[in-house]
Design a protein around this ligand. Structure first.
Ligand code: FAD
Ligand code: SF4
Ligand code: SF4
Length: 1018
């Protein structure tokens, strides 16, 4: 890309300091001079940090990403000098706007994330605040320990953020909330002093003074505290003044002592900056069993919770709700449907996930029996699905954890909104409370989907509101009525997700004015300068202040003519039935693109590092900018004119998309299906239309068109790989790295021979027909793959026809899907290519003949982008018959049609490692490849748990991407291959094979080649 047109941070600081915003300029300059941290002050950077998983948006003055905790201190000192407020941040997954604020956002998640100490005997760990919970638990696993506050966002939530919000997990009935599991903290105050917070009786200095101050407040207010404090486990509002007179169902400490670190827990960054936390670890449960109770009515599920929690003699660890709407949404989601089906008997209105954990499964089985008996006693025999094995349990928990996100996948402007989402009521009132609140929703023309923590009376529910229209008004009305119910049932209004911008105004309502005044005194005592997250908890704004909202009064999408068809997103929805209107009727000035982008609710799932593909570029850089969320936010800001008037031609957009490899990991792994790969095509199209195409763009994009001629000069073109100086010259002209070999041209390639296979007429009349679509890459560069595929299909008894243009023969007749044009934003040229391909394949599709492809990114274009290029019903029909080689064979095998082939395969003699192409993974096709490899006797393929290989079409060939590309490959793919030097490596993607050759000096082969190599030659 053209770097000259991108703004550099240095330039931005200059601009800022020369412009009116003097303070921002000085702040940025001092941070840059006095630290090595990342100083992010562009509009796009600030916009990316203006939101979290809430409905709010507040643009900060700037963002600082410190390299270590010392740099956090320096930044705090600079902010104090300049009077700039500070907003501490971890993963930014708060739901109430805790991390949206007007000052300097300090992001701990990139660097300040070390485990400082683990004491296995005492079961304690000391950690930095930016460490992600799952990453800590991964380190603890081998010691048989874990930190048991298992929030749903465990793959992205940081421990500092969890402490800030007093987070609580699904298993809080067994382990308590964050406050019950923090033993100590080192915290820096806004005046620069550092406090060691721990047991009050052992405290000294400033910490002791703070403790005495709070103790005296608590003493004075004891009667108020006793009268007003909610007596439930899940109360997270305000400050924990009750550490001196416990009101929680579960005391904060096991020995009744007072721990001053608990004052910080739940303070949402308003009292002090956490530098480190000492955590109480727990023994990792050795065995778990799960009973899934299916209920015919929602009320019965709610009513049963109070009885179920009495089971288990201390082994009960969770009772979690999944309601009918959530069940239906899971059934519609291809990733979750098979799992949710395993949990159902009949057609329940709700299920409760009841978990028991202990030393071994045998000892837990009696509790499961008790559960079955209890349900029988309650008039519900045969309603428990018993899950004893770990794998199905794990899968079901993943679905439950993704619950909220599944719900958020509703298209249209109405979205489930979090504002009364975690009110906690005593269990005896749960059924009555949920009934009454459902009636409230009905009165306001909406409905809520209920799920989560039935064990502790904290059910999550989000009514569907349209925040661009009457959402704020309804939010106020529903909030008022919900609060009356919470008061009636003596519950807590804020029971899990904190106060932030959303619930701050309810703190005084909950506790009364005297306790609220005490909170103000605590804030004044610890942060007299009011530097830390001002107007949070103390002096909060109104929750329905639309000036603070992401979709506030001035939110307006710019008019834009899109190159791809986004009409599927351009819909309205009905908040009660959740039905959406016809595609294209949503009145989006960007024809659905903005609505597709707005599907990102900022929940941060794309920050995970575990299995799955999303998001390889973030895994390497850990930058918000290189994250699906950061990209979606950048696009949203650009599409709404918040980054200027250029729309998608804004260089900030291209900068954010630069490292997106178009892997489609997000399309599958993002719970709301944000498809950044497709968005990148659209954005690239607009950017390039404005700034023009480079030589590299054209060289890559037009490759399928010039390949037939280029192949004739193979020996000359291949000299580039033999002479380093030629490679350097080529790099300077094209930007394609001299350190990479280029694919080798073949003068004798698949298309240069007499067309093999049967004719069009023959295949149309055959009883065992297959059409093989040989793409540019396999045809011109690795023609042995095409020959191998042909041979295997013929050995299996199929009449194989090679797809080609109707008239020309040989290489002039080869077909192309348009992928190289799409990748470079040349949508019109891609449309022409795809149109030609679709027309050529249509007669076969009309006859129901399978169209088999070899290169995942090419074949799957027919099932993806070709459907949004305006090619109509023909493209739809062709897509229904377009399958990858392995998919075809796997389904034929299931149908019992491969007996001849199986008898023709000799046994495998080596281990087989399999790497999936990202698009294969995005379409859920890896099981097919595994099935097909297992046609070979004795083959035991091992799937490498890898994200993108990093080559991703031309991405890894580009000099500017070489390092990132290799880092992606080194995350897991290349080490796994090196670990097994004798194994055969199978990779169906052309670029994956090239990356493996470059990075591990190993030849990877297509699965068609593997099968062909194992054919018995008669
Ligand atoms: C889909 C979804 C599911 C969720 N499920 C749960 C759940 O099961 N249980 C639950 O409790 N929550 C849940 N949450 C809310 C959220 O994920 C948790 O509160 C999480 O712990 C926040 O972690 P974070 O790193 O994102 O913190 P952030 O959102 O970045 O910050 C949280 C608070 O901590 C403060 N903070 C951060 N670092 C520091 C520091 N160093 N010093 C002082 N203050 C600091 C911030 O200012 C902010 O007030 C969910 C959210 C989403 C979107
Ligand atoms: S892109 Fe998807 S996974 Fe990432 S924050 Fe947005 S909605 Fe969540
Ligand atoms: S397509 Fe891949 S690299 Fe791009 S945002 Fe999605 S997951 Fe990340």
């Amino acid at each position: 890309m053209n770097n000259a047109i991108l703004s550099t941070p240095e330039k931005t600081y200059e601009n800022i300091s020369h412009a009116s915003n003097e303070v921002a300029g000085r702040l940025a300059a001092r941070l840059a001079q006095e630290t090595q941290g990342e100083v992010l002050f562009t509009s796009a950077d600030r916009g990316r940090y203006a939101t979290d998983a809430s409905i709010y948006q507040v643009i900060p003055l700037g963002v600082f990403v410190p390299r270590d905790s010392q740099e956090v201190s320096i930044a705090m000192d600079i902010c104090r000098d300049l009077g700039v407020p500070i907003v501490p941040r971890g993963g930014g997954t708060s739901q109430c706007g805790q991390t949206t604020g007007a000052g300097l956002v300090i992001d701990h998640s990139k660097y300040v994330r070390n485990v400082l100490h683990i004491d296995s005997e005492k079961r304690t760990a000391v950690v930095e605040p930016g460490l992600v919970l799952d990453h800590l638990n991964a380190q603890l696993k081998s010691k048989g320990l874990w930190f048991p506050v298992d929030v749903s966002t465990s793959a992205q939530a940081t421990l500092g953020g969890m402490a800030g919000n007093n987070s609580c997990g699904s298993r809080s009935i067994a382990y308590g909330n964050m406050v019950h599991n923090v033993l100590g903290a080192t915290a820096r105050m806004s005046d620069g002093s550092v406090m060691q917070l721990g047991r009050f009786e052992q405290s000294t200095g400033r910490a002791k003074a703070v403790g005495e101050f709070v103790q005296q407040l608590a003493k004075q207010l004891q009667p108020e505290i006793d009268a007003h404090w909610p007596k439930v486990l899940r109360r997270v509002a305000g400050y924990n003044l009750d550490i001196f007179c416990n009101q929680n169902e579960r005391p904060y400490t096991t020995d009744g002592s007072v721990n001053l670190a608990h004052l910080l827990v739940g303070s949402e960054g308003t009292l002090a900056m956490t530098q480190s936390l000492t955590l109480q670890l727990a023994e990792l449960p050795r065995a778990k069993v799960l009973g899934v109770v299916n209920f015919p009515t929602f009320y019965q599920a709610m009513d049963a919770a109070q009885h179920i929690v009495k089971l288990g003699s201390g082994t009960l660890t969770a009772v979690e709700l999944v309601d009918r709407t959530m069940i239906d949404l899971s059934l519609q989601n291809p990733a979750f449907a098979p799992t949710i089906r395993t949990a159902l008997t009949g057609d329940p209105e709700a299920i409760l996930l009841v978990e028991f954990a202990g030393a071994d499964k045998e000892s837990l089985k009696p509790h499961m029996r008790q559960l079955v008996e209890l349900m029988g006693d309650l008039g519900l025999p045969n309603c428990v699905v018993e899950m004893i094995d770990d794998a199905p349990q794990k899968n079901l928990w993943e679905v439950r954890k993704a619950g909220l996100n599944i719900m958020m996948s509703l298209k249209g402007d109405g979205k489930p909104v979090s504002f009364i989402e975690d009110c906690a009521v005593p269990l005896v009132h749960l059924a009555e409370y949920t009934n009454a609140l459902t009636e409230v929703f009905k009165r306001h023309g909406t409905k809520g989907t209920w799920y989560a923590h039935a064990s502790v009376g904290t059910l999550h529910v989000r009514p569907i509101l349209d925040m661009r229209r009457d959402g704020a008004k309804k939010m106020r009305q529903i909030g008022e009525e919900a609060s009356e119910l919470v008061r009636k049932f003596k519950g807590a209004y804020s029971g899990e997700h904190g106060d932030g911008l959303c619930r701050g105004e309810w703190i005084e309502w909950q506790f009364g004015s005297r306790i609220n005044d005490a909170f103000k005194q605590i804030k004044q005592h610890l942060d007299p300068l009011n530097l830390l997250s001002p107007q949070r908890i103390i002096d909060p704004p109104k929750m329905d202040d639309t000036r603070l909202m992401r979709y506030g009064n001035n939110y307006q999408v710019i008019h834009i003519k899109t190159a791809l068809d986004w009409s599927a997103w351009n819909v309205h929805n009905d908040p009660v039935t959740e039905q959406t209107t016809a595609p294209g009727t949503g009145e989006d000035p960007s024809h659905g693109l903005a609505k597709a982008v707005e599907m990102c609710n900022n929940n941060g799932t794309c920050r995970k590092f575990d299995a799955g593909t999303m998001c390889p570029s973030y895994r390497v850089t850990r930058d918000e900018k290189h994250l699906t969320r950061g990209r979606a936010n950048t696009l949203r800001l650009a599409l709404t004119g918040q980054l200027g008037t250029e729309g998608l031609a804004n260089p900030d957009v291209m900068e954010a998309l630069d490292l997106c490899v178009g892997c489609k990991g997000c399309k599958r792994d993002c719970p709301t299906g944000v498809d950044m790969a497709r968005m990148k095509i659209e954005a690239t199209h607009h950017f390039k239309a404005h700034y023009g195409f480079t030589l590299k763009d054209k060289l890559i994009a037009y490759l399928p068109r010039y390949a037939p001629w280029a192949a004739k000069f193979a020996s000359i073109l291949n000299l580039r790989n033999q002479f380093p100086w030629l490679a350097k010259v080529a790099e300077s002209m094209t930007g394609l790295s001299a350190q990479r070999s280029w694919p080798t041209w073949q003068s004798d390639h698949f298309f240069s021979k007499q067309q093999p296979g049967v004719s069009k007429q023959e295949v149309l009349q055959s009883t065992k027909p297959v059409v093989l679509f040989v793409d540019t890459f396999n045809g011109f560069f690795e023609s042995s793959n095409a020959t191998a595929a042909l041979g295997v299909l013929q050995a299996a008894g199929y009449s194989v026809h090679i797809a080609s243009k109707d008239a020309p023969s040989g290489s002039q007749g080869h077909l192309c899907c348009g992928r190289t044009f799409l990748a470079n934003g040349m949508v019109e040229q891609a449309r022409q290519q795809a149109h030609e391909l679709v027309n050529a394949l249509l007669p076969f599709a009309q006859k129901g003949i399978a169209i088999v492809g070899l290169e995942p990114s090419c074949l799957l274009t027919l099932r993806d982008e070709a459907l949004v290029l305006g090619l109509g019903a023909s493209a739809e029909l062709v897509s229904q018959h377009a399958v990858l080689f392995e998919e075809f064979l796997a389904s034929e095998h299931k149908a019992g049609k491969l007996e001849v082939l199986k008898q023709n395969l000799k046994p495998a003699e080596k281990d087989i490692l399999l790497h999936g192409h990202c698009h294969q993974k995005a379409f859920g096709l890896m099981p097919s490849v595994l099935d097909v490899i297992q046609l070979i006797p004795q083959a035991k393929p091992q799937l490498i748990e890898s994200s993108c290989c990093g080559m991703a079409g031309s991405f890894g060939y580009e000099a500017s991407h070489l390092d990132v590309s290799m880092q992606m490959a080194e995350l897991s793919l290349l080490p796994a291959i090196r670990h097994q030097p004798d194994a055969i490596v199978v990779a169906d993607g052309t670029s994956c094979r090239h990356q493996i050759a470059d990075g591990a000096a190993r030849e990877a082969i297509h699965v068609a080649q593997l099968l062909s190599d194992h054919l018995l030659r008669h």
